[in-house]
Design a binder for this molecule. Sequence first.
Ligand SMILES: *[C@@H]1O[C@H](CO)[C@@H](O)[C@H](O)[C@H]1NC(C)=O
Ligand SMILES: *[C@@H]1O[C@H](CO)[C@@H](O)[C@H](O)[C@H]1NC(C)=O
Length: 211
Amino acid sequence: MDSLKLSSGLIFIQLVLLASVFNSANAQLKVGFYKDSCPQAEAIVKGVMDQVLKVAPSLSGPLLRLHFHDCFVRVRAHTIGTSHCSSFDSRLYNFTGKGDTDPTLDSEYITRLKKKCKAGDQITLVEMDPGGARTFDNSYYKLVANRRALFQSDAALLDNNYTKAYVKLQSVTTDESTFFKDFGVSMRKMGRVEVLTGKAGEIRKVCSKVN
Ligand SMILES: *[C@@H]1O[C@H](CO)[C@@H](O)[C@H](O)[C@H]1NC(C)=O
Ligand SMILES: *[C@@H]1O[C@H](CO)[C@@H](O)[C@H](O)[C@H]1NC(C)=O
């Protein structure tokens, strides 16, 4: 569904994915868990990921999403990718059920989004990060700080003083190294949230449905 072409941040995403998959506090997910049964496991995964992403860089977006939905099933930042209008159009057309708009969304941005998304549009895709949907960067924070986050879950970062301060800080930071570092740390932390291992949970046959 997404056609992302990421140039920057690719290797970084791979490393983050590997680190978070293998770096859980849970004993079954720690680095080296397979050291006896399959000592090369981690190197093999990394090797395959390197090869795949070299020929199909657009898979890094979906992979990142896979990690989110697989590992943090109960939680979704949106810096890359696209979204259907229907995922947020209530903010444009019927926020409280009275035909109103979400007052926390920038009014100019609402006007622009309404041009792309008519009420009830189930088809059109919109970039989550206008102009930056194909790159992995901290422009996300500039959008949130400017009240241009597509989703309420992102806009909510401004509702808490601590996260609001972080959004403001990142929105004016030109050196993205802190963003990349913090992103890695947070992916690892989130990858540890309520992890199900062994016989707990299930591997779904259809992603969107419990078996
Ligand atoms: C807006 O939401 C209200 C309450 O959910 C609903 O009754 C109404 O039909 C909606 N209006 C439109 C145009 O979808
Ligand atoms: C958040 O910051 C505002 C303004 O500085 C302050 O009035 C409010 O008490 C703070 N809220 C919390 C929960 O710290």
